[in-house]
Design a protein around this ligand. Structure first.
Ligand SMILES: [Zn+2]
Length: 58
């Protein structure tokens, strides 16, 4: 029988774009791969506690 859906499809990795936040100290735009309880600004090295995670499309 022809026209069947192939049983073996190529696989891809889904990569989330990460989480974005702006440092309240120096207003540097930061991006995190995942959510942790504490984050650190890449520029001023200030640590912050993550209050809540939002999805951009919410
Ligand atoms: Zn900063």
């Amino acid at each position: 029988m022809s026209g069947n859906v192939p049983t073996e499809l190529m696989q891809v990795d889904m990569i989330a774009s990460g989480y974005e936040w702006v440092c309240p100290e120096c207003e540097t735009y930061n991006r995190e791969i995942g959510i942790t309880e504490q984050i650190r600004c890449a520029k001023c090295n200030q640590e912050f506690e993550v209050k809540e995670a939002h999805h951009a499309y919410n």
